[in-house]
Design a protein around this ligand. Structure first.
Ligand SMILES: Nc1ncnc2c1ncn2[C@@H]1O[C@H](COP(=O)(O)OP(=O)(O)O)[C@@H](O)[C@H]1O
Ligand SMILES: [Mg+2]
Length: 536
């Protein structure tokens, strides 16, 4: 393939490349697709996923690896292009020319007057024709915006035919193309894009974007011009193994418990892993407590990188929708208790179901919330943790004192871990309904004065307190200690009560011993159907 190493280095420096981890499935898919492109039947692909989950890095890693005769790959980020039609058209062409010339600089290719100078030495009629036609059009009193866009979208194919290569365009944050719609001459950029795409045979697309719902609609709804034109792939969280691998590269630590904790708190989100690890390096703390501290600081310190990202995401999302006061109330309600029904949320915010549904749908549309099985959840649990704290006014301008940090860390244990996977959350909810039915008791999540229990109910003057751990590992006695301490500090300390601990994977031997003395009823997944008998 043509040499593009200089341009690659500017978008993806070697230093960053050294940290690249995993994503073997995605890269293999792209690799296979390249073979198929060469054989004449490649597909267009779209990667969708949470912001900073690693979509761009997949595209960049691929571009940096690809080394094929007759294949020319170009990466461009639509976030860096203007979305007025005239500028977009010029810059789109400009980016392809930049890669063709293997140039480190991006700026000269963003402006038509520079571009026209640069191309004087490019040996390509396709390039010169296109740029000159654009230049002439832009010289007119009222340039034809549609024509300019058509020229741009059509250009890669002309180039590919002339140079006799297959061109792969990696278009990052692809959904920004829709911003061009806001101009009177252009109503349907996607439709225009599609009509050009239809005529192309040597131009292939790999696109990516964070606007999950919007992209799902662009590629997945029958009335969208790009319906079934792309194969849509989800970029997911890292598995534990990959999380640990990345964390080790950044911190150099070997402590498996600490490494596991990084995975747990980050959910395997690489950017969160990165932030936690960088902070750990700075703190010089390499144990599990250090991980929690690093996470809390990154999320709650004014200049913490997770905090900055959550704030940016929150503010930019909110600016896209109207009625944000009520939506913020909904977020607060959900931050307190994730996974709730429409009617419950409506009740909490004191609005009709209809109004509430409308608000929730808008929150789903901007990717803050997901709906699953008629329950609403935060899409990103870390973002939920951030919201929870911000609404309580927890944010620090500078490094807090030792005691405050200890409080924050305890906080994480108490409120955050519980939501340890989306699956876990859903399960808790399912359990609640099952328990209510089989025990004939009304159960609620409990959060008062900073004390939280998974489910609490009262029947015949007895308080039932449930703690639920839906995790992959056995529950140890420390969890019981925590529970007992919480109960002792709570309003229930003096009341007749039953403590029930439900653990999916069961309990350690030590835990079973401990529980006997503390009068805690232990329930495993298998025991759930007979729970009534156990509580007798
Ligand atoms: N596969 C990976 N290996 C190592 N770090 C990664 C990986 N994916 C993401 N990261 C980290 O997360 C950050 C955000 O990734 P990026 O690809 O820009 O996310 P997205 O494009 O999905 O918003 C990167 O700068 C890097 O620090
Ligand atoms: Mg990106």
């Amino acid at each position: 393939m043509r040499n593009t190493t200089r341009t690659v280095e500017t978008i993806y420096p070697t230093k960053e490349r050294k940290l690249f981890t995993d994503r073997t499935v995605e890269l293999a898919l792209l690799e296979r697709n390249t073979e198929q492109i060469i054989d004449g039947f490649g597909k267009n692909i779209c990667f969708i996923g949470l912001r900073r989950i690693g979509k761009s890095l997949i595209l960049k890693e691929y571009v940096s690896r690809i080394d094929r005769d007759k294949v020319f790959a170009v990466y461009m980020d639509f976030e860096r292009l203007d979305t007025t039609p005239e500028f977009f058209a010029v810059q789109y062409v400009g980016q392809v020319v930049r890669w063709l010339r293997n140039d480190e600089n991006i700026a000269p290719y963003l402006d038509i007057n520079n571009l026209i100078k640069i191309i004087a030495d490019v040996e390509s009629t396709a390039v010169r024709d296109t740029v000159h036609t654009m230049f002439d059009e832009l010289d007119k009193a009222k340039p034809n915006q549609r024509l300019l866009l058509e020229l741009a979208f059509d250009f890669p194919e002309k180039l590919a035919k002339e140079q006799d290569f297959e061109i792969i365009l990696m278009l990052d944050e692809f959904q920004r193309i829709k911003d061009i719609d806001n101009f009177p001459q252009i109503r349907d950029t996607i439709g225009l894009f599609r009509s050009v795409l239809q005529t192309q045979s040597k131009t292939h697309y790999v696109v990516a974007g964070s606007a999950i719902r919007m992209l799902e609609k662009i590629f997945g709804e029958a009335d969208s011009p790009l319906f079934v034109q792309f194969r849509v792939e989800r970029v997911a969280y890292f598995e534990k193994k990959a999380s640990i691998e990345l964390a080790q590269k950044i911190t150099g630590i070997e402590n498996q418990i600490a490494l596991g904790k990084i995975h747990e708190l980050s959910f395997g989100h690489p950017f969160y892993i990165y932030s936690i690890c960088e902070r750990m390096n700075e703190l010089g703390e390499t144990n599990s407590a250090g991980v929690k501290k690093a996470f809390a600081l990154e999320t709650l310190l004014r200049n913490g990188s997770i905090n900055l990202m959550c704030r940016y995401f929150f503010e930019s999302s909110m600016s896209r929708v109207r009625g944000d006061a009520l939506m913020k109330t909904i977020l607060r309600v959900l931050a307190k208790e994730d996974g709730r029904r429409l009617s419950e949320i409506a009740h909490s915010i004191k609005r009709e179901n209809g109004v509430t549904r409308n608000m929730l749908e808008r929150l789903v549309d901007i990717d803050l919330i997901v709906k699953d099985n008629n329950l609403y959840y935060f899409r990103d649990p870390v973002f939920r943790y951030w919201i929870m704290n911000v609404y309580e006014g927890v944010e620090f301008d500078s490094m807090p004192g030792k005691r405050v940090i200890e409080d924050m860390v305890r906080d994480i244990e108490g409120r955050f871990e519980k939501a340890s996977t989306e699956l876990g959350i859903a399960k808790e909810y399912e359990l609640r309904y099952g328990l209510e039915k089989s025990l004939d008791i009304h159960l609620e999540k409990y959060l008062e004065n900073g004390i939280e229990f998974d489910l609490v109910g009262e029947k015949d003057n007895i308080i039932y307190i449930f703690e639920i751990k839906w995790r992959a590992k056995e529950t140890g006695y420390k969890e019981f200690e925590k529970l007992s301490t919480k109960v002792a500090r709570s309003e229930f300390s003096e009341k007749p009560k039953k403590l029930i601990f439900i653990s999916r994977r069961g309990f350690t031997e030590q835990a079973r011993e401990y529980a006997k003395n503390e009068n805690i009823v232990l329930v495993t997944e298998r025991d759930i159907p007979k729970i009534k008998g156990l509580l007798k």
